[in-house]
Design a protein around this ligand. Structure first.
Ligand SMILES: [Ca+2]
Length: 388
């Protein structure tokens, strides 16, 4: 049956077909009555093609980027969730275990839990976009990232940093570095294709999505009515929670249960150093002082929707501009001085900053940082999305 045929099929026809399957073997005598009833109830109601074609939750598909590189997306059905965090959660985040800085405003913009709807299903990248995937984009399009433009820079970790003092204030080890970019984020190790791409701005992330949309459309593979874009803030938090009730992390409230599936600062040793990151509060090592390969923890690192590294890994840019009053059900944009939102925390963060509800307003749309990356969404176009 073609898509066009499906589009014009009536709801009554769908109901009748389902009833044949469900009722005939055991109660054949009931079938005619139910079929007539269904026809009366549903007569003339058009069924939307998108609804009938909705894939099962967790359906995965590979998107070919060319050059032997692919990107996997996973289907997430529409649904509701509680956006935000309770006062108790925010108190934990700024306490001795959470390790976030008390007295700052970072936790306040999360807002108290409120029901939020994601009205339409969408596909989400299984992982953060990797270095190898981003390289395909740059090779094919010739794109130059914001950090690589004349006068550009990226905020990167300074290996000469000598700021860890276990009892005094920690100095800031992140510095603006001209010449650093996604190609060289100033790691103390090679920037492998399997790592999440970093030092990419909100502008760069959207350019990647636009390239992918164009590429897939030209190949005749782009599903009708959908496009690649950044997820909205609501889509991201809904996806992060993985269909579970509200909690600190996607697996629950216990930090200890994050062992073996959460890339945060933990007690890892920095390259060439013999002491730990002083704000590390997790009682275990995640195995990486900086980034880990995407989906490194396998099934254990995937949430209820099958998404990897939603907490920790790298901060993930979403489509919305930051509203200090809290995230929105519909994407939020401002006219002047936009601060795009990042979600989920990063490999160098304390646990309190790697929760599902954490949100951060980034300096500008061109700001590039070796803690920030993104993941793609394949969904309906978003009303009000800025052209640039
Ligand atoms: Ca992440």
């Amino acid at each position: 049956m073609s898509a066009n045929t499906q589009r014009t099929e009536t709801r009554s026809a769908i109901w009748s077909r389902k009833m044949v399957v469900a009722s005939y073997p055991s109660r054949p005598g009931v079938l005619p009555v139910l079929a007539v009833l269904a026809a009366v109830i549903g007569a003339g109601l058009p069924i939307r093609a998108a609804e009938e074609r909705e894939p099962a939750q967790g359906t995965a598909k590979q998107v070919d980027l060319g050059g032997g590189v692919s990107l996997e997306v996973v289907y997430i059905p529409p649904g509701e969730f509680l956006m935000g965090s309770t006062p108790e959660e925010r108190a934990w985040a700024t306490g001795i275990e959470g390790g976030a800085t008390p007295g700052t405003s970072r936790e306040k913009p999360e807002g108290d839990p409120r029901p939020t709807r994601v009205k339409h299903g969408f596909w989400m990248g299984r992982t953060e976009v990797s270095v190898g995937q981003f390289r395909r984009f740059v090779e094919e399009s010739g794109y130059v990232t914001d950090a690589e433009k004349p006068g550009g820079w990226a905020q990167c970790f300074d290996p000469e940093w000598d700021g860890y003092h276990f009892t005094t204030q920690v100095m800031h080890p992140w510095k603006r570095m001209p010449g650093k970019s996604w190609r060289d984020p100033n790691w103390a190790f090679p920037n492998e294709d399997v790592y999440p791409v970093v030092c990419v701005s909100w502008n760069d992330d959207r350019a990647f999505c636009q390239w992918l949309t164009k590429r897939e459309r030209e190949a005749g593979r782009l599903p009708e009515g959908l496009e690649y874009r950044l997820p909205t803030e609501a889509e991201w938090e809904y996806a992060c929670r993985g269909g579970r009730p509200r909690a600190f992390f996607w697996w629950g409230d216990e930090l200890e249960a994050g062992e073996g599936r959460l890339n945060i600062s933990a007690i890892d040793f920095l390259p060439g150093r013999t002491k730990t990151w002083p704000l590390a509060k997790a009682p275990w090592s995640d195995g990486y002082p900086f980034v880990s390969p995407v989906d490194h923890y396998g099934e254990k690192g995937r949430n209820g929707f099958g998404l990897a590294d939603m907490c920790g890994g790298v901060w993930e840019f979403v489509l919305d501009h930051f509203d200090p009053q809290g995230g929105h059900e519909e994407a939020h944009f401002v006219e002047t001085d936009p601060h795009p939102v990042c979600r989920g925390g990063n490999y160098f963060d304390v646990p309190g900053n790697a929760r599902c509800a954490v949100r951060l307003g980034i300096h500008s749309t061109s700001y590039s940082d070796s803690r920030d990356g993104f993941r793609v969404c394949l969904g309906r176009p978003v009303a009000g999305e800025p052209a640039k």
